[in-house]
Ligand binder design. Structure first.
Ligand code: NDP
Ligand code: MG
Length: 349
């Protein structure tokens, strides 16, 4: 058993959830992608009435039927549902919401797995519905796989609007039905979830790490070291280090590397990622908090994503991609099942 008293906040498990808050309700799961297919199937296996909402011509409709679930249009699904779980990509949610909004009855729940559109005002629900979040902290395929294995995936819940007075119990019941309360459920707010998520992916996970890797790679190559060596040192071995950190924190990583690596890392690390980087992080966090990043991303989408495409191209054409592609083919795992996933991918997009 987890010792709950050691956390700074309550961690909810199955015994804290009451399935009666969801068992007589119909859940419309809009979207059948990463999160959608997992929520829909887990809810169904838990005995909850589920209808999946997909557009008329959607190529995913077949998969829903093969999985033995009901499918309707998002509008039809929302019309019959008590809980509408919005699991289409964040960038299309405002348009999907516009279509289903007339179907929200007083007391219904509008539920999300990421808070961007609510927090930044891209979706403005009526005041007579509950607005909640149940956000598993992993890609949907793991949410499904863990459920089938009798295990769970930790999740966050958040309540933005509690019209019914039962939003928290209902969110916990939903988290239980998709298996997350087996692992543990933490309560947060839409604001905290969105801001910490965007900051994390920008500063550390997606942006920070790739930038660190590229700078390391370029420093070696510019100084005459071979791109192959630079790739192994700066990218390939990162996985081994991160696996140790994932399993046992920094302590396990430091204990597992050589004393030389430990001394070098401890004396040099803070010189690389120094106070300037900290200042840059503060700036990036501020842009998340004051909505500047959100406005930039929304405008970028409205303009057809020109800057996004350009930066993406540049990233794909970096030398590290070319040398990495060739080196990865040397590893046995390169031929294995392409669907093998990494746990803990960033939450959205
Ligand atoms: P996906 O990109 O996997 O969703 C794709 C699904 O959305 C498909 O079924 C697609 O159907 C459907 N869809 C796309 N556009 C529309 C539309 N206009 N109308 C109806 N259906 C549409 O989404 P994710 O599962 O990645 O993300 C869903 C939510 O979950 C987001 O809020 C995300 O931030 C959050 N989240 C995601 C996590 C993840 O690991 N992916 C983790 C935690 C939270 P079609 O085939 O017809 O295009
Ligand atoms: Mg994220």
């Amino acid at each position: 058993m987890t010792d709950k008293s050691k956390f700074t906040q309550p961690i909810y498990h199955d015994e804290d959830a009451d399935s009666s808050y969801i068992e007589d309700k119909t859940v419309a799961v809009l979207g059948y992608g990463s999160q959608g297919h997992a929520h829909a199937q887990n809810l169904d296996d838990s005995g909850v009435d589920v209808v999946v909402g997909l557009q008329e011509g959607s190529s995913t409709r077949k998969a829903v039927e093969q999985d033995g679930l009901r499918v309707a249009t998002p509008v039809e699904a929302a019309a019959e549902a008590d809980i509408v779980s919005v699991l289409v990509p964040d960038t299309v949610q405002p348009a999907v919401y516009e279509a289903i909004a007339p179907e929200l009855d007083a007391g219904d729940t509008l539920q999300f797995a990421h808070g961007f559109n609510i927090h930044y005002g891209q979706i403005e629900p009526p005041t007579d519905v509950d607005v909640t979040m149940v956000a598993p902290k992993s890609p949907g395929h793991l949410v499904r796989r863990n459920y089938e294995a009798g295990e769970g995936t930790p999740a966050l819940i958040a309540i933005e609007q509690d019209y019914s007075g039962e939003a928290k119990q209902e969110s916990l019941a939903y988290a239980q039905a998709i298996g997350c309360a087996r692992a543990g459920v933490l309560q947060t707010s839409f604001q905290e979830e969105v801001e910490s998520d965007l900051f994390g992916e920008q500063a550390v996970l997606c942006g920070g790490v790739t930038s660190l890797v590229k700078h390391g790679f370029e420093t070696l190559v510019d100084n005459g070291y071979s791109p192959e060596m630079a790739y192994f040192e700066c990218l390939n071995e990162l996985k081994l280090i991160v696996d140790l950190m994932y399993e046992g924190g920094h302590a396990e990583m430091w204990n597992s590397v050589s004393d030389t690596a430990e001394f070098g890392g401890l004396t040099r690390g803070d010189r690389i990622v120094d106070e300037n980087v900290r200042e840059n992080m503060e700036e990036v966090l501020e842009e998340v908090q004051n909505g500047e990043f959100a406005r930039e991303w929304i405008t970028e989408n409205q303009a057809g994503r020109p800057s996004y495409e350009q930066r993406r191209d540049a990233e794909m054409n970096h030398q590290i991609e070319d040398v990495g592609g060739r080196l990865r083919s040397l590893f046995a795992w390169a031929d294995e099942d392409e669907e093998t996933e990494t746990p803990e991918a960033p939450a959205d997009d």
